[in-house]
Design a protein around this ligand. Structure first.
Ligand code: NI
Length: 401
């Protein structure tokens, strides 16, 4: 990099007030899903005056701002997701959500703000860039696979590497945490309908009761995870809903179990999917009932590319000091549609510590989640540092590493 770490941090610090302003504006007007017109308008307004080519998604509010460096070279994607969550906000913030039932509880408002300001910072340093930066403003991360929509539209076809930051309110301010390999889980859903025969609760022998079979299956699923899944390639299987019956003296015809499956490898993911089918059908059949299993495939495992992750961690160490960079011992069991990008392009996601100073830290997705906006300085600077170092004219090829 032709610019020192302290200079980069100083420039990011100067961009903080703008980031705070943009973040608060988006925070007050959270939008859900794939159509985020106000958020997109705020982003476009903030990018005004910068020398960027804008590529708009035709089917969503997604937007890619393209910054071309002074010389040709590879293309790096930097990403900020833009959507909020369908939940009430119960913070005391003066800029709390004005939209009932919608809250930026996952910090995507700050992701947008950091990315927009990183574009502003890099716009001033394009003479040092050999290649292209694509700033990916993405809708619909929270269950709508917005990243996949943008990939399918070809907006990232020329990408050679990709980097994303996600805030983490439980981590110390300004620290970076990541790891090579799985960083987040695959999240799938399941539903099992157990079909028996209804009857009088006093005469179960004239019915085929699905309730005890449902109970047996809940236990069997837990035994399956502990006995059949490698402890070092784990799975979480939670039955979070049991539905069946309407009255104390009626045996219902059906009972339904549903829940979530989290895994950190495709191998275990497949094994659990197969295991659920086998157990449900086998246990139901053993009692003379039928099980109808529905698996709802969600986001895949988010796999950080080892070579690129090393590169990003080294960049963070040089920028912030080695004490501010943590290698996570294990993945988190949340899920991300960034996984689709990392299936196509070598890259990484890292967590950015934004622990509040004067409030009890609450995790992402909490109705009381607050973040320390000062941490956006490190986020803006790290986005820029990754771009400056990746596009410094040296041939770096992570694809085959
Ligand atoms: Ni998130």
């Amino acid at each position: 990099m032709g610019i020192s770490s302290s200079e980069l941090l100083r420039e990011a610090q100067e961009l903080l007030p703008g980031a705070v302003k943009l973040r608060r504006r988006i925070h007050m007007h959270p939008e859900l899903g794939l159509e985020l017109p106000e958020t997109k308008a705020a982003v476009l307004e903030n990018l005004e005056g910068l020398d960027l080519q804008l590529l708009e998604s035709g089917t969503t509010s997604g937007l890619v701002a393209v910054l071309r460096g002074a010389r040709p070279g590879p293309t790096l994607v930097l990403r900020g997701d833009m959507d909020a969550l369908p939940m009430p906000e119960d913070t005391e913030l003066e800029f709390k959500s004005k939209v009932p039932g919608a809250m930026h509880a996952c910090g995507h408002d700050s992701h947008v703000a950091m990315l927009a300001q990183a574009a502003r910072l890099l716009d001033q340093h394009r003479d040092q860039l050999s290649g292209t930066v694509k700033f990916m403003f993405q809708p619909g991360e929270e269950g709508h696979a917005g990243a996949k929509h943008m990939l399918d539209e070809g907006l990232l076809d020329d990408a050679d590497a990709a980097f994303a930051l996600h805030i983490f309110p439980l981590l110390p301010l300004g620290t970076i945490a990541t790891r090579p390999g799985a960083i987040l889980a695959a999240a799938d859903g399941f539903s099992i309908e157990i079909v028996g025969k209804g009857g009088h609760a006093s005469m179960p022998h004239h019915a085929v009761d699905p309730i005890p079979v449902a109970c047996e299956l809940v236990q069997a699923l837990q035994s399956f995870v502990t006995r059949r899944v490698d402890a070092f390639d784990p799975a979480v299987l939670t039955v979070s809903q049991i539905q069946g019956g309407t009255a104390g003296n009626v045996i219902p015809e059906t009972a339904t179990l549903s829940g979530t499956i989290r895994t950190v490898s495709e191998r275990t993911r497949q094994r659990v999917h197969e295991g659920i089918q086998q157990l449900a059908k086998g246990i139901a059949a053993a009692h003379g009932l039928e099980a109808r299993v529905t698996l709802v495939t969600g986001y895949p495992v988010t796999l950080n590319h080892p070579g690129f992750t090393d590169f990003a961690m080294q960049t963070a160490r040089e920028l912030l000091g080695p004490e501010c960079v943590i290698e996570q011992p294990s993945p988190a069991m949340g899920a991300e549609d960034w996984s689709y990008v990392l299936q196509r392009v070598p890259g990484a996601m890292a967590f950015l510590g934004v622990r509040p100073e004067d409030a009890e830290p609450a995790p992402c997705h909490s109705n009381r989640m607050v973040l320390n906006e000062a941490g956006m300085v490190q986020g803006i600077a790290l986005h820029a540092a990754v771009a400056l170092r990746y596009l410094d004219g040296q041939a770096r090829n992570f694809a085959g590493a």
